[in-house]
Write a protein that binds this ligand. Structure first.
Ligand code: BG6
Ligand code: MG
Length: 216
């Protein structure tokens, strides 16, 4: 009998690929301030909160801003980002993601979303998967960024499942660490070189199965 009773999914990079939109918006902001943002730098922003992302970008550009100015800049970036995600369609769900979440539900497992994003509601609605999760915990409900386990522990609590019976699906190193810090199993989505701390690494949810889940 498997100990797995719930699956908690990160959103960006696991269910949908919004990194490209985050990148476009941050790059536009950096360009306005007179410097560029590389794809490699964008990689370092995956799973990182909006506030912390801006701090890193300003650091890379060698620019100092007051907390008030930073708030204005973060809001500006978010306006551009929200404009882009408001045009998302169900086609942008990553391959196999919807099918795997449904398979978990059919198997009687609870499902939750555990994301740092404050825009998860818009994204779920635009890609048409609002009803797929028994609980949605996002950046509006928690304040401690991954690798703090707060977001995943809140999801487990809302599902009424003990952390030890939960598996987290994550594409970010900090997210895998957050799952482990919360006493949960972690499945990394991406490359084993990057996500080595995870209990299992798959290239995407299209490479995941209930058989692999029950072996964790
Ligand atoms: C994470 C993304 O899921 O959410 C980060 O990987 C992003 O890139 C963070 O900064 C916060 O998202 P948002 O939508 O609240 O700015
Ligand atoms: Mg992610």
């Amino acid at each position: 009998m498997s100990i797995i009773k719930a699956c908690i999914f990160d959103l960006d990079g696991v269910i949908v690929d919004t990194a490209v939109y985050h990148y476009k918006a941050w790059k536009r902001l950096a360009n306005e301030m007179g410097f560029d943002l590389t794809v490699e730098q964008n990689e370092k922003l995956k799973g990182v909160s909006r506030t912390r992302s801006l701090e890193l970008i300003l650091q890379w550009g060698g620019i100092t801003k007051t907390p008030e100015e930073q708030e204005v800049l973060a809001a500006k970036k978010n306006d551009w980002y929200v404009d882009m995600i408001s045009h998302m369609t169900p086609d942008e769900i990553l391959p196999g993601a919807k099918e795997f979440v449904i398979a978990c539900r059919v198997a009687g497992l609870k499902t939750a979303l555990g994301s740092a994003s404050k825009n998860s509601g818009t994204i779920l609605e635009k890609v048409g998967i609002v009803g797929l999760f028994d609980a949605v915990i996002d950046g509006n409900k928690v304040s401690k960024p991954k690798p703090d386990p707060e977001v995943f522990l809140a999801a487990a609590a809302e599902l009424n499942i003990a952390p030890g019976n939960c598996v987290v699906f994550e594409d970010a190193i900090a997210g895998v660490e957050a799952a482990k810090n919360g006493g949960m199993k972690a499945v990394g989505i991406g490359s084993p070189d990057v996500l080595g701390e995870a209990d299992l690494v798959v290239s995407g949810l299209n490479d995941m199965s209930l058989a692999k889940l029950y072996m964790l």
